[in-house]
Design a protein around this ligand. Structure first.
Ligand SMILES: Nc1nc2c(ncn2[C@@H]2O[C@H](COP(=O)(O)OP(=O)(O)OP(=O)(O)O)[C@@H](O)[C@H]2O)c(=O)[nH]1
Ligand SMILES: [Mg+2]
Length: 212
């Protein structure tokens, strides 16, 4: 998929209807500073679209970006920023959960982890949450430019073991050198094409069984 346009649409502190709602949404989750906003910028090929920072806790709202006038990328606050004030952390957690629980058009979540470190307990909880609510997700091991190929080969199994995913399910990514950008766009393309509900004349497997 080629990205032809990318624009910021709006920020919200709690989930509510937004312009263009109904288009598919792909959301970024992960701990503070893992690179969620940078990944959006890499997909959009625009380093100034989403605000990034070397300090954790930069994204403090649910931010919506419209790509190709066809789908939304949703940037969420991070979790697990130990130094943030307790109240602030609770606010971010409420925003993440408020969005994930209330949106009707979420097609897929990119669960970001830092390729250099074993996923944290918060990452494990997040993945459990996504599984519990049956939200489809892909683990993205980002900041891959920080490791050699051999080091990557050693860290992927750790990520897989900790999060109970298979190696071929993990997408390796770097916002710094663009590694994995095409694979992420391919994943988005296939996820946003899944129909919301069976279209008329479309037989679900249940129907087929009944027909037999
Ligand atoms: N080398 C390298 N640095 C990265 C990569 N992705 C992000 N960074 C850097 O990591 C820092 C955090 O990136 P952000 O995109 O702001 O992270 P975030 O997950 O949005 O953080 P919060 O909004 O605080 O939750 C910034 O200094 C980025 O430049 C990457 O793939 N490679
Ligand atoms: Mg951010």
């Amino acid at each position: 998929m080629l990205i032809k346009s990318a624009k910021f649409v709006q920020s919200m502190s709690a989930f509510r209807e937004f312009p263009g709602q109904g288009l598919p949404e792909i959301a970024m989750v992960g701990k503070s500073n893992v690179g969620k906003s940078s990944l959006i910028n890499n997909l959009a090929r625009n380093s100034r679209l989403a605000r990034t920072s070397s300090e954790p806790g930069k994204t403090r709202l649910v931010n919506l970006y419209l790509l190709n006038d066809a789908f939304f990328l949703v940037d969420l606050p991070g979790y697990g920023f130990a130094k943030a004030p307790k109240q602030e952390k609770q606010k971010w957690a409420d925003m993440i959960e408020g969005y994930l629980r209330n949106t009707q058009h979420l097609k897929h979540v990119f669960q970001l982890v830092d390729i250099r470190h074993a996923p944290t307990q918060d990452d494990q909880l997040m993945v459990q949450y996504l599984r519990h609510y049956e939200i489809p997700f892909t683990v993205v091991a980002t900041k891959a430019d920080k490791l050699s190929k051999a080091q990557r080969g050693r860290s992927i199994p750790v990520i897989c073991r900790t999060l109970s995913v298979q190696p071929w399910e993990v997408l390796v990514h770097s916002s710094a050198d663009g590694t994995g950008r095409d694979a992420l766009l391919d994943r988005i393309e296939s996820e946003i094409q899944v129909p919301e509900s069976p279209a008329e004349g479309y037989e679900t497997s249940d129907n087929l069984i009944e027909d037999i």
